[in-house]
Design a protein around this ligand. Sequence first.
Ligand code: FES
Length: 219
Amino acid sequence: MATPRKQKKSPYTADRSTPGAFEGETVTRRGFMTTGALAVGGVASAAFGLPALGFALGPNFSRTEPHTYQDVGPIADFNPTTYTVKIIDLVANVADSGKTTVYVRKYDKAIDGDKNSDLPYVAISNRCMHLGCPVRYIQAAQRFICPCHGGVYGPLGEVTGGPPVRPLDRFYTKVENGRVLVGARFSLDSHFKRFPHPRDPSNHIDGLWQYLYPARPTT
Ligand code: FES
């Protein structure tokens, strides 16, 4: 038995008995206005939403600190048990305001374990991870102390007291021709897992917190 041929649907709204149809229309005016309003709404939302999204996510794909290495002295200047204080440029060409203090010592497996063991020297930032005040290392106590709100860090820069939310940031290091070089800054979560982009003080970066505190252009 031959199957009945399916009847082709008319393109005209009047033929399809669409409510509000007019002779010769393929789209009702109501449908046209609804689609137009949705399109205009979409464009308006994109005009506001896309720049905001770009502002929030853009810094994840850019680096504001130069990825160059700076010479901080010969290897004889450093040992595994005490930190040597050095000054480096965090932001180039802005005079003293672009400089920062960095605490440098030789990596030692007995002290550091596997934490960032691929770097030959430990270079710790002096910026407190509460609100960014400069911390100071007290050798006798083997603690980094923040004068602002009582933040205290252990000898590896781990938080041992006060309001800081994560370990002190560090810098990449390498040795070339008997000289110690310090590179870009990076942040660490509480397990000393390295983040490629440095985060601001007060930003939690453990677990889901890292998504609630996206990176932004910062020094
Ligand atoms: S800025 Fe260091 S404890 Fe507040």
